[in-house]
Design a protein around this ligand. Structure first.
Ligand code: 13P
Ligand code: SF4
Length: 308
């Protein structure tokens, strides 16, 4: 790391101590941001940490819905999102008004919303899920009940396949994952015939058909660590290659497609983190009336044990 980077890292660690703050980073963040963080993880691990930390300030290096989830769980803490415009295009594919309208046409439906949604959408949902626990969340629902999953159609179809439940789904998707094609995976596989293909459930059903394992981002890290295989093709955002290689220095990780980059996840750098800690902005705070309702959906999810 260049001198400038080291100075920023030192400044950030100093400010974190001074302010009694914790720095959480998603597995897709830039390597230097992951390296300065107190904890890196997938959406579920980061929400669990946000729920249990004693720190007074949470600096969330990720995207807006993740910082909102931290605010939902820890209303008395200050949640900072270093770059205000870091959003999630999939979360923007559903609004609370649209969900309310759909609910009216489906009485008694149980609504399971991916954590990649706004707090307002969570407030209209019965349960949340992440990529790490969608199957367990759906399995926890009374088999007599009809289920609507939002907003990711790919995660919903994968969950339907794994649980055998009849799931109605929203037509949302993550373009970073949805654009990974069967042809691309097959060509990388042909070049690396011994590699296992690990895919994120946001990939299309056709791509998931090819996967040896379907995992959340942290699920991939844990799986690669315990596997006897040496080579892996990774079907998710390329930021994951950093923690994968760090945790498994003797193994080889090949991106399924090097174009799988989430621009929003890459907006945050060390200077933005330092500035957020200096100025204590931008703050993400969910209004209380929405928070209370959204928290019920998140709490129901957190009560279900995870399975990597
Ligand atoms: P994970 O919860 O698996 O880390 O995924 C979050 C995400 O946004 C995937 O695109
Ligand atoms: Fe959202 Fe996709 Fe980026 Fe994940 S990778 S934060 S789902 S846009």
């Amino acid at each position: 790391m260049a001198d400038e980077g080291r100075k920023l890292e030192k400044r950030i660690r100093g400010l974190l101590r001074e302010r009694k703050a914790i720095l959480l980073a998603h597995n897709y963040q830039k390597p230097e941001v992951q390296d300065v963080a107190d904890l890196c993880g997938d959406s579920l691990e980061l929400s669990m940490k946000a729920a249990e930390t004693d720190a007074e300030i949470i600096v969330f290096c990720g995207v807006h819905f993740m910082a909102e989830t931290a605010s939902i769980l820890s209303p008395d803490k200050t949640v900072l999102l270093p770059v205000k415009t870091a959003g999630c295009t999939m979360a923007d594919m559903i609004t609370a008004a649209q969900l309310k309208e759909r609910k009216e046409t489906m009485p008694d439906v149980v609504i399971v919303s991916y954590v990649n949604t706004t707090a307002e959408v969570k407030a209209e949902s019965d349960l949340c899920c992440t990529s790490a626990n969608a199957v367990q969340v759906v399995n926890s629902i009374d088999p007599e009940k009809k289920i609507l999953m939002t907003p990711d159609k790919n995660l919903a179809q994968y969950t339907q396949r794994e649980t055998g439940r009849d799931i109605v789904y929203w037509e949302g998707y993550c373009s970073v994952h949805h654009n990974l094609t069967v042809e691309q995976v097959e060509s990388v596989r042909a070049a690396h015939p011994k590699a296992l293909f690990l895919a994120h459930p946001e990939c299309s059903p056709q791509v998931l058909e090819l996967a040896d394992e379907v995992k959340s981002t942290s699920g991939m890290i844990a799986y690669a660590a315990r596997s006897d295989h040496r080579e892996f093709i990774i079907g998710t955002e390329t930021g994951i290659l950093h923690p994968l290689s760090k945790a498994n220095p003797d193994k080889v990780f090949i991106p399924a497609d090097p174009r799988m980059i989430c621009q929003d996840m890459k907006k945050t750098g060390l200077s933005e983190v330092a500035e957020a800690l200096e100025t204590m902005e931008p703050v993400v705070k969910v209004p209380e009336a929405i928070r209370i309702r959204a928290k019920q959906a998140v709490d129901r999810m957190l009560a279900i044990p995870r399975d990597a």
